[in-house]
Design a binder for this molecule. Sequence first.
Ligand SMILES: Cc1cc2nc3c(=O)[nH]c(=O)nc-3n(C[C@H](O)[C@H](O)[C@H](O)COP(=O)(O)O)c2cc1C
Length: 453
Amino acid sequence: MSKKKQMAIGALVHANGSHAASWLMDEARPHASTDIDYYREMAQLAERGKFDFFFIADTPAARTENLQAWSRSPLFMNVLEPLTLLAAIAGATTHIGLGATASTSFYEPYNIARLFASLDHISHGRAAWNVVTSANDYAARNFGLDRLPPHGDRYAKAKEFIDVVEALWDSWEDGAFVYDKASCQSFIPEKQHLVDHEGKYFTVHGVLNIERPPQGRPVIIQAGASDTGRDFAAEYAEVVFGSSGNLDGAIAFYRDLKERMVKFGRHPDDLKIASGISVVIGESEQEARDKLDSWQELVHPDVGVLRLSQDLETDLSDLPLDEPVPLNRIPATSNLHKAYFDEIAGLIRDGLTLREIARRFNRAKATFCGTPTQVADHMESWIEAGACDGFMISFVALPSTMQDFVTKVVPELQRRGVFRTDYEGRTLREHLGLSRPENRHAVAAAAPLAKRA
Ligand SMILES: Cc1cc2nc3c(=O)[nH]c(=O)nc-3n(C[C@H](O)[C@H](O)[C@H](O)COP(=O)(O)O)c2cc1C
């Protein structure tokens, strides 16, 4: 019997969890977001669950407005710098991949090439870079800008950025550093290749001061949802975070992205789509729902209104909490997350008060509540339907939701033969079934007429 398709699993970890009130829960440790021992424990737990990778999202900014409300839900206000964090986790784990976000809008390519090459060496081939162009002006203000540049410009810059980074990772061929004491030769000069780049955004004349990463290149992650973002992913990404909350949307996204790869000369298997999902697990579906409801009760009204205002794309903070929201406060159209917008608009039309809507709204379609069997059924059915190659699990409350997943869902997936029972390789590329890219100069030397695609 042929082996069933294996799913990839990544863990998206925010200190106490991704829920707006996770830091208020009994299990939440104060100061977890800067506590390296805590993060090590989370990464070790994910590694016990044989996850492909552990992932840290990031934006290089803290909020500076609506501070009363943000102080009640402090996501991203006090966090460790992700690469520093992952380097420390590398020493406490052996197999799990280590991914972090870094923005092409606020770094120089040389820094990024060097940082991720270092992480790949430190972790013996487990590094992954989530390439983002950033999507908020808070970050822009920390880097000499009032606002982010337009979307298209950000992606044009990202494209040049990643080309330079990949060229730098190839600036030494594999095996360049020999450290041969007998012949007094530490490296082979012919295996160094100068990057000679002058572009619209960057100028680089040099080579990296670290040998080629163990994976050849760290794994490239991306989460572009726009047309430009999808093209970018189709050209460069090896893992893509899908964010469609419904099966049909996810299947359409999967097909679209894999088809786009053809025009860049890539094979669909060279990119794994990990669908974003949050799960709450209970002994029964009702117990899981009750658990989520009890967490919803913890969301402070200020935070609830802030989140509603964001997703309905209009400020609701002037409205009384205990009265229905006037229908004329629903904007005519949505520009951001249509599903969330529609959900809130529906609750307003049902005549609920602002307080009730704030409690009930949880981007509900994005959170799956159920028994371990139901969660496993859901995940397996998405893989079978061709909606994704795996999942990016956002843990709502930590450590409990990850513990539940590792001890109850993972064994079920393993029993069904759709998830590994142990790591078979050491590098993240090996876990994901991605090949190690050859060095472009070695390829050119081996076949002088071969051109880089
Ligand atoms: C699972 C997931 C994780 C993400 N992590 C980050 C992040 O850490 N930092 C960030 O600026 N954007 C992050 N994003 C946002 C995306 O990179 C991207 O900006 C967004 O999907 C919009 O894409 P578009 O610009 O192509 O429309 C994430 C998106 C998803 C789905």
